[in-house]
Design a protein around this ligand. Structure first.
Ligand SMILES: Cc1cc2nc3c(=O)[nH]c(=O)nc-3n(C[C@H](O)[C@H](O)[C@H](O)COP(=O)(O)OP(=O)(O)OC[C@H]3O[C@@H](n4cnc5c(N)ncnc54)[C@H](O)[C@@H]3O)c2cc1C
Length: 566
């Protein structure tokens, strides 16, 4: 029978028959179910399926299998079927067994499993099915077979077709691409009436756009690009985690709220395929999915959005603050939240960019450090943040190596920190060195290629973690001088404001900038933590300060706008 495969391997006969029953009864119409007690048989089947180019959507396995472990088997599954979701089967309460608990922790930390699954008990077991359907939904999203997918057809992968995919990606809209001269491309184009020009975009409702502009595409996909009104209580610039959180809280607390962004939704968070340190998502969540859900939440609470609109001027006009937009005359509000984030310098090594979240991490190691226990890890960067990351990792890893392009730590690191790094026995420093390659057999980083910049000599070293601490540039160049910033351009707020910069008698609110009524949240703010959860926290705090600000400055609220009657 054709169809993607769901494979389960468990040597406990009762569990195996429960798995056969639950998977067969619920999924056999659309998937091929394979259940076996033997890990060798499971591996042979998976190898054969990979050879034949057949899809595997899900593999479930117990940890203690004859002659091997589930974790070992999952390492091989990741290599053979990179998109297959992998669930470690455990019995209820199994997490209390130290060896099983350690296996879950270790497999999660190294990306060998997506999560653990409780073995089915009774029938129907809806807890089991909820886990399985979530896996299948994620698999469908990853492999672009989810329903309501937009299809882009182009002559080549690059150029305008790429830009359109980028717009859809930045709006977190599921989409897929095919070449015009492929079988599926020809079929799709014929169904769309063979348009003369490419690229072509076909929507799930049959609507066809030929070589649309970014705004036309975003609009047709349901993303709002027009502010609808010009007057709001609150305008939020930036639709990343900080802006989305401010939108959810602002709209829910009765402020008429507009969010503008020069791209789509989610900001930098959409670069992360799996955010594992956001509270409430133990199996992790993709940045795109988190943004999509936050956007929906803000929208149903009444926030308005204007995407593909760059804010290029901010000025006070009496009681109101004006924000000029690239594709619109501009909007006015009593308060503005700047949530414009920062661009992280990227490594620019394609094979390592692909391993983002699979051993390669942008930013500090707080949540990943315990998973590095006993391994060799690398930190790229020469500033204080890199030194601190190396010292933190040294408490867990076997050996930490700080890779620095400069010829001395003194160039960018404080003296006290450089001394501590050099005095820590399991921390090494490679000066005048760059990272030029790397990869991993099982889909997780296992080596890096370093180059000595003086001699040009290359060396391959084992590594299971690489933490990139290479700096960020805030999107604040467009702001007026009234908004004080630190020497690197990050916005100063609240207690960090130098006294002469603050023009009013009242004290500034916590996240208020030197321009009264304008607050800043997230990565663009001086002293921010550069994490999704902190950006979200600051977005919600900003709304709390807004209540005080409206009362203190006697600002009037227009309140939520009535929804148009359909
Ligand atoms: C590769 C990568 C992986 C990461 N992984 C994780 C992780 O696993 N866990 C974690 O906690 N953090 C992670 N981070 C960090 C996290 O993504 C950021 O800390 C977070 O996105 C900051 O949110 P923000 O809303 O402040 O800014 P951003 O997410 O940067 O959003 C800012 C938004 O403002 C818009 N904007 C900027 N200027 C203007 C303008 N003039 N007009 C209109 N719009 C404008 C931008 O288009 C952008 O959409 C990762 C970052 C990167 C780069």
């Amino acid at each position: 029978m054709p169809g993607p495969v769901l494979l389960a391997v468990d040597d406990e006969p009762e569990c195996l028959s429960a798995l056969e029953r639950e998977l067969g009864d619920r999924y056999s119409r659309d998937y091929r179910i394979v259940c076996t007690a033997s890990p060798e048989d499971a591996l042979t089947t998976l190898e054969k399926l990979a050879e034949d180019g057949e899809e595997v959507a899900l593999v479930l396995a117990g940890q203690w299998l004859p002659g091997t472990t589930g974790s070992e088997l999952f390492g091989k599954v990741r290599r053979l079927h990179p998109h297959a979701k992998r669930g470690l089967l455990i019995t209820w309460g199994g997490w209390g067994d130290p060896a099983t608990g350690e296996a879950i922790f270790d497999s999660m930390a190294h990306g060998r499993i997506d999560y653990y699954v409780l073995r089915p008990s009774g029938s129907p077991d809806e807890v089991f099915h909820q886990t399985i359907s979530s896996f299948l939904l994620e698999w469908a999203r990853d492999t672009r077979v989810a329903p309501h997918t937009i299809r882009v057809i182009g002559e080549v992968w690059s150029g305008r077709a790429y830009e359109l995919r980028d717009v859809l990606g930045r709006c977190a809209i599921p989409h897929t691409f095919c070449l015009a001269d492929s079988n599926s491309g020809r079929n799709l184009l014929a169904g769309a009436g063979n348009p003369r020009k490419l690229p072509v975009v076909i929507f799930p409702d049959g609507n066809v756009l030929v070589d649309p502009t970014d705004a036309e595409l975003a609009h047709a996909a349901g993303a709002s690009v027009d502010p609808e009104h010009t007057d709001f209580d609150l305008v939020i610039v930036g639709c990343g985690p900080a802006g989305l959180s401010a939108a959810v809280y602002g709209a829910s607390e009765g402020f008429s709220t507009l969010v503008v962004d020069d791209g789509g939704i989610g900001g930098q968070a959409t670069s992360s395929s799996l955010i594992r340190n956001y509270m409430g998502f133990p199996a992790g969540i993709s940045g795109g999915r988190l943004a999509e859900q936050a956007y929906e939440q803000a929208w149903v609470l009444g926030a308005k959005f204007a995407l593909m609109q760059k804010a290029h001027e901010l000025r006070r006009e009496g009681e109101r603050i004006s924000v000029s937009l690239s594709g619109h005359s501009g909007v006015q509000a009593s308060a503005v939240i700047l949530a414009t984030g920062a661009s992280y310098r990227r490594l620019g090594v394609p094979e390592l960019e692909e391993m983002n979240g699979a051993g390669v991490f942008y930013g500090g190691p707080a949540s990943e450090a315990p998973g590095m226990a006993g391994h060799d890890v690398y930190v790229l960067g020469g500033a204080n943040s890199a030194g601190q990351a190396a010292l933190h990792l040294a408490r867990f890893a076997r050996r930490v190596t700080l890779v620095v392009r400069a010829d001395s730590l003194a160039v960018r690191m404080s003296h006290y920190l450089a001394r501590e790094v050099q005095a820590t026995p399991n921390v090494g420093v490679r000066l005048c060195t760059e990272i030029i390659g790397g990869g991993g057999e099982d889909g997780w980083l296992d080596h890096l290629v370093l180059r000595d910049m003086t001699s040009g000599q290359e060396e391959t070293v084992p590594a299971v973690g690489l933490f990139l601490m290479v700096g960020a540039h805030p999107h604040t160049d467009w702001l007026p001088a009234e908004v004080s910033r630190d020497p690197r351009g990050f916005i100063l707020t609240g207690g960090d404001l130098p006294t002469p910069a603050w023009p009013l008698e009242r004290n500034p609110y916590g996240l208020e900038t030197s321009m009264p009524g304008v607050l800043a949240a997230g990565d663009a703010r001086h002293g921010s933590v550069k994490r999704v959860a902190s950006a979200v926290g600051e977005g919600s705090m900003a709304i709390q300060f807004l209540h005080g600000l409206f009362a203190a400055d006697g600002l009037e609220r227009t309140g939520p706008r009535p929804q148009p009657v359909s």
